[in-house]
Design a protein around this ligand. Structure first.
Ligand SMILES: C[S@@+](CC[C@H](N)C(=O)[O-])C[C@H]1O[C@@H](n2cnc3c(N)ncnc32)[C@H](O)[C@@H]1O
Length: 251
């Protein structure tokens, strides 16, 4: 197994399969998990799922802008097994009572809530991400306007500390860095109730959670299997660090 490791400010980035890296990390060392795994969605049949990620998640005029990403071809059974596997490992890495947030879409919502619980987390709720009226319109149907953050805790969590919004309303960034790129402010919203300390993100893509951590001065550990997206995440975090040290706002 080869693992590339980059340290950028207080972020440590691993380029490898998350299942290979998670056992190498120190147990009980993270205050929270925020991650956006590949949904293995975008189709009901095997043939649909094995299609390129751009054709599953992008309108035809946007195809080819971003590199394809990995790990998005599992069927329902194997997706449940895989989510359960890494969510179990991730749970060993967070402090007792820590919050865990996992992104999903409407198709994989039931599987994700099952997996979270199968992995030993206490499922506490769902935070809808309202993508605003910029979400994809569907004539004669409802606008594709939301994704979801399934959240839970590792055991009991005291009712104290800041309250975060139960719905986060933010448009998809006009300039994305990943097919499935999310807004940095969305990740910052998810961090509101989290204690001070490092955040774990086993599926970092272009490093959006890392940028939110950087903006808040939090340590971050991100893992990405794909070399191209790993490079993009390194570049964004390095640019953020350079911007911060030269007094400019991090992007
Ligand atoms: C939905 S994307 C994350 C996008 C991210 N939220 C952003 O804003 O850029 C999921 C990422 O997980 C990566 N991935 C897939 N399987 C993986 C694995 N086994 N270990 C680590 N990363 C993996 C994919 O290459 C992809 O970049």
């Amino acid at each position: 197994m080869s693992v590339r490791i980059e340290t950028i400010g207080s972020a440590i980035l691993y380029q490898a399969d998350a299942l290979d890296v998670l056992p190498l990390l120190r147990e009980r060392s993270f205050v929270g998990l925020i991650t956006d795994p590949p949904y293995s969605s975008g189709g009901a049949f095997k043939g649909d799922r094995s299609a390129p990620t751009s054709s599953k998640y992008q309108s035809s005029e946007n195809r080819g802008i971003y590199p394809e990403f990995q790990g998005d071809t599992r069927d329902q059974h194997s997706y449940l097994a895989w989510l359960t596997l890494w969510l179990s490992r991730a749970r060993c890495l967070v402090v007792p009572g820590a919050l865990g947030c996992v992104f999903t879409d409407w198709r994989q919502l039931p599987t994700t809530t099952d997996a979270l619980q199968a992995a030993g987390w206490v499922w506490r709720g769902i935070v809808p991400w309202d993508k605003t009226e910029r979400g994809r319109p569907q004539q004669g149907r409802y606008r594709a306007q939301a994704e979801y953050i399934v959240w839970g805790t590792d055991g009991a969590r005291p009712l104290q500390g800041p309250t975060a919004p139960g719905v986060l309303r933010l448009p998809v960034p006009r300039q994305k860095h990943h097919i499935a790129g999310k807004p940095v402010a969305l990740m910052e919203g998810l961090m509101i109730p989290m204690d001070t300390g490092p955040i774990l993100d086993p599926f970092m893509g272009s490093g959006t959670v890392g940028l939110a951590c950087q903006a808040q001065g939090r340590p971050y550990v991100g893992i990405e299997v794909d070399a191209t997206y790993f490079e993009i995440a390194c570049r964004r975090l390095q640019e953020g660090l350079n911007g911060a040290s030269s007094g400019a706002a991090a992007g």
